[in-house]
Design a protein around this ligand. Structure first.
Ligand SMILES: [Zn+2]
Length: 608
């Protein structure tokens, strides 16, 4: 659905990229591209062939710093080109610049690859026996991270073969999935007229106020996947086998092991988190029953989960959202307020809706020497105001992590959503204070709770499904019926009696691209969200005394393992009661929703 913008609300809210380059023809772009490439070649000529572990402390530090500096310089034109492209994806000049920047970036990376492999190749003993040199300690974690993959990295020749064969193996299957499902169109009757819609337009209809339309659209969408089940099932089977074969070649003990290493989490921590989440499925069920009452229906179908509440629609202009954000961030912490203010003042935000602009929203913080940029498609919905707060939270995180050097800058995936979720929550509290109409308050809380359910409970279901089909695939080729059964059971455990799944949902697994592109990615969403909710609970208990801990965590960027960074602020992710804290926050939100009357007859008859 094409969003419509009320005129003048976001006009003029474009970003100013002149901190990077003046325009796409700025000669500095080429100069930077060429200089960084030249430096990469010089770096290679100087260090390739040298035994990295035998470098003296100051020399090793110099090499690491130079490596970071070349990467930073090479990333700047790449970031600029990507931002321009997202501003208008149809503009040929931008497309050409992006292509050129990414080709140069690729070339630069190839010249530096030897160094990365040398760091991965450092054994634990070699790393331990590196000469003690204090300034090197800042890189301790980065070096540990590289080392962790040492046992699972094969020789240069084998690595090259795996890489090249991936083009016709895993990547070819994933591309087939993308292109094939991307070509799907769906025929649906809308207001008496038959229309042809894309997949994302069909899924957007799950937010329609028309119940029948929601179910019809979802049904048509899934049936079409079923009709193409032969290809989809084959792609799934092929990818799972590919994963198993590569795991065996590399010696990974199980299908999740590689993801755990990348996320720097212990398998036991993830197992515990998932168990605790499962023990709270009843919370999600309670919410679904409550929402059924709000919708005035006895029981929800799974096509009703994102239905808007009657009377809950509220429009918020961009200026209003900006004012609310600045007020709430400033009240929360002066640093949050300062960074948000600077982002607006210095125009780091592109908020309007334009043809050709990249869809959705993001916050880009590529390197410590550059400030973040935010892109939104602000249409004036409540959801958009929360998205603004979410992306601004990311901006705060990136901004604070600029204290780190490049190798320690990016927060690892499990911690990447910390500030963004805080930002969103802070904004929700502000909106609740401003909002006096019950229906609008209910809608606000529902949006927030549905977000959490989608990030915590649903991702748990996806991960359980993925674990099970990978296990089954070790044994035999899976039929679409068998995959559908596993999917149905995993979802039934979450929904219980509270939600009726439409029969076509047996094919619900077949359109989720995370299964195709990044296996077991989904559990890091659960981790991230529950950590933030638990931190939020601490904030609610301790008040402003907790804030210095939060700021310290954000400033740490990716300078250590997530469990260590969290331990520094007094959080132990290996204790079940830590995970319980997050569920208490969800409990609180549901109670708050339920405390807002008035309830209609169905709700009084039922027990909510
Ligand atoms: Zn985010």
């Amino acid at each position: 659905m094409t969003p419509t913008v009320e005129k003048d609300k976001t006009e003029g809210t474009t970003w100013d990229l002149s901190d990077l380059y003046q325009n796409p023809e700025d000669p500095s772009i080429n100069q930077d591209l060429q200089r960084s490439l030249r430096r990469a070649k010089e770096f290679q000529a100087l260090y390739q062939g040298q035994a990295i572990p035998s470098l003296e402390g100051p020399d090793f530090l110099r090499a690491l710093k130079e490596y970071e500096s070349i990467l930073e310089e090479g990333l700047k034109p790449f970031l600029y080109a990507s931002l321009l492209f997202s501003e208008d994806t149809q503009e040929n000049q931008y497309k050409a610049l992006r292509q050129r920047a990414s080709e140069k970036w690729n070339e630069l990376e190839n010249h530096l690859l030897f160094f990365r492999l040398a760091l991965i190749g450092l054994s634990e003993e070699q790393r331990q026996s590196l000469p003690r040199y204090e300034p090197l300690e800042a890189y301790e974690h980065a070096l540990q991270f590289f080392c962790r993959f040492r046992d699972f990295t094969r020789g240069e020749k084998e690595e090259e073969i795996i890489n090249r064969k991936n083009l016709t193996g895993r990547s070819a299957l994933a591309n087939l999935f993308d292109e094939y499902t991307g070509s799907f169109t769906f025929r649906l009757t809308l207001e008496g007229v038959e229309k042809e819609l894309t997949g994302s337009e069909m899924l957007a209809l799950l937010y329609s106020p028309d119940r029948d339309l929601r179910e019809r659209a979802f049904g048509v969408f899934l049936r079409h996947h079923k009709q193409n089940g032969l290809v989809l099932t084959s792609v799934f089977n092929g990818l799972m086998l590919d994963a198993r074969v590569e795991d065996e070649i590399r010696g990974y003990p199980g299908p999740m092991h590689r993801t755990h290493l990348e996320n720097e989490l212990r398998p036991e921590t993830v197992d515990l988190m998932m168990e605790v989440t499962e023990n709270h499925y009843s919370l999600a069920q309670e919410y679904f029953q409550t929402k059924a009452c709000l919708l005035g229906i006895p029981r929800m179908k799974n096509s009703d989960i994102y239905a808007p509440l009657p009377g809950g629609e509220k429009k918020i202009g961009f200026e209003e959202a900006k004012a609310l954000l600045l007020k709430s961030f400033q009240q929360f912490h002066p640093l949050f307020g300062k960074i948000a203010n600077e982002s607006f003042e210095r125009r780091w935000i592109d908020a309007g809706v334009r043809k050709g602009k990249y869809g959705g929203a993001f916050c880009s913080g590529l390197t410590p020497s550059l400030h973040p940029y935010l892109l939104l498609n602000f249409t004036g919905n409540l959801r958009d105001a929360l998205t603004l707060a979410h992306e601004m939270g990311h901006a705060v995180h990136f901004y604070l992590a600029r204290k780190q050097t490049l190798l320690n800058f990016d927060p690892s995936l499990p911690l990447a959503e910390t500030a963004s979720v805080f930002g969103e929550m802070v904004m929700v509290r502000e909106l609740l204070q401003e909002q006096h109409e019950v229906a609008a308050r209910q809608a606000l809380l529902c949006t927030e709770i549905e977000d959490i359910i989608a990030t915590v409970f649903r991702q748990n279901v996806l991960t359980r499904f993925e674990q099970q089909i990978h296990d089954l695939r070790r044994d035999h080729l899976l039929s679409s019926e068998e995959i559908g059964d596993v999917w149905w059971q995993a979802n039934s455990r979450l929904y219980g009696d509270s939600v009726e799944m439409i029969p076509e949902y047996r094919w619900g697994w077949s359109y989720i691209s995370h299964f195709i592109h990044s296996r077991f990615y989904c559990y890091s969403y659960i981790f991230g969200e529950l950590v933030v909710l638990a931190l939020l609970a601490r904030y609610q208990e301790e008040g402003t005394a907790f804030l210095p801990h939060l700021i310290r965590l954000l400033e740490s960027g990716g300078s250590d393992r997530p469990d260590i960074l969290l331990a520094r602020v007094g959080v132990d992710v290996n204790r079940a009661d830590f995970w319980e804290k997050g569920f208490k926050v969800i409990r609180g939100l549901i109670d708050e929703l339920k405390s807002l009357g008035p309830w209609d007859r169905i709700c009084i008859d039922g027990d909510i």
